[in-house]
Design a protein around this ligand. Structure first.
Ligand SMILES: [Cu+2]
Length: 279
């Protein structure tokens, strides 16, 4: 009897914890409220199943408790029950998977007006690259990485000369403009994750993964690495600052292009161009 009561209390406690818990998601800052909807659907389905199973256990513990002289029925198979459980489980699993497939197709279908932004991960820091006036990123290769060319931009590609190199852990983006995040790693697996954007993606050495999103409010959002990548993994932090268009342009003016960084005399001539050049 005590055990049945404990099981009921586990369910009641779980529901109360959910209703009164101070822990919930950080407020969303991107267009991906679809992701929140899918999480909530999964949460309700798994929560309902959890409650039903535990309450059923409590009922069985109480209903079939030990009585003098009582013995169990032998019933090795029940076609009806098996059908029931198969259908209910199938519907539950499909209801959790279908919204995910729908969201996934949106997640990788990039709108045409999205601007490319490259994120380069390495143990244990983030760097970024933005296309210059031509709107195109030059090609790059990890084999070209050197102290002078930390992102491995191809110096022979004319499209890469005006690329803006952000050798700092803070990226700025303009609010309400869709961006396509191109994700590269130059050493091991990493994962670019900003909780408020409800978007993350693994970064795989040798390939470029991507997702897109539109930042919907200004503010400063922390970047985490969500793939264990070595001893400094926990310190691999960065910031995405979502700015108004005016603030964004002001920040962009202070940044260095690849051409400026690779010809030190020019960099000297442009001083004090600012923060973007620091290692
Ligand atoms: Cu990492």
């Amino acid at each position: 009897m005590a055990l049945a009561l404990v099981l009921v209390l586990v369910v009641v406690g779980s529901v109360l914890f959910h209703l009164f818990s101070p822990w919930w998601w950080t407020p969303i800052a991107s267009n991906w409220d679809y992701i929140d909807h899918t999480l909530i659907i999964t949460f309700w389905i798994t929560g309902a199943v959890f409650s039903a199973v535990v309450l059923f256990m409590a009922y069985c513990v109480w209903r079939f408790r030990h009585k003098e002289g009582a013995s169990a029925h032998y019933e090795p198979e029940s076609k009806r029950l098996e059908w029931w459980l198969t259908v209910v489980t199938g519907v539950g699993v499909a209801a959790m998977l279908a919204p995910g497939l729908y969201v996934w197709s949106q997640f990788i279908t990039v709108p045409e007006d999205a601007t490319d932004v490259e994120v380069v991960a390495q143990q244990w820091q983030w760097n970024f690259r933005l296309p210059g006036a031509d709107g195109k990123l030059g090609t790059s290769d990890s084999r070209l990485v050197s102290p002078e060319n930390p992102l491995g931009v191809n110096p022979d590609d004319p499209n890469g000369q005006d690329d803006v190199i952000v050798e700092a852990a803070d990226l700025h983006l303009p609010v309400d403009k869709p961006v396509k995040m191109l994700l590269r790693s130059i050493d091991v697996l990493h994962d670019f994750y900003v909780p408020e954007f409800r978007a993350k993606m693994d970064m795989i050495p040798g390939s470029v993964t991507y997702f897109w999103f539109t930042p919907i409010r200004t503010g400063s959002f922390e970047v985490l690495c969500a793939e264990l990548c070595g001893t400094g993994h926990g310190f691999m932090r960065g910031v995405v600052a979502v700015d108004s268009e005016v603030d964004y342009q002001a920040w962009l003016q202070e940044q260095m292009t690849f051409a400026q960084l690779s010809t030190p005399e020019k960099v000297g001539a442009l001083e004090p161009a600012g923060d973007g050049a620091e290692p």
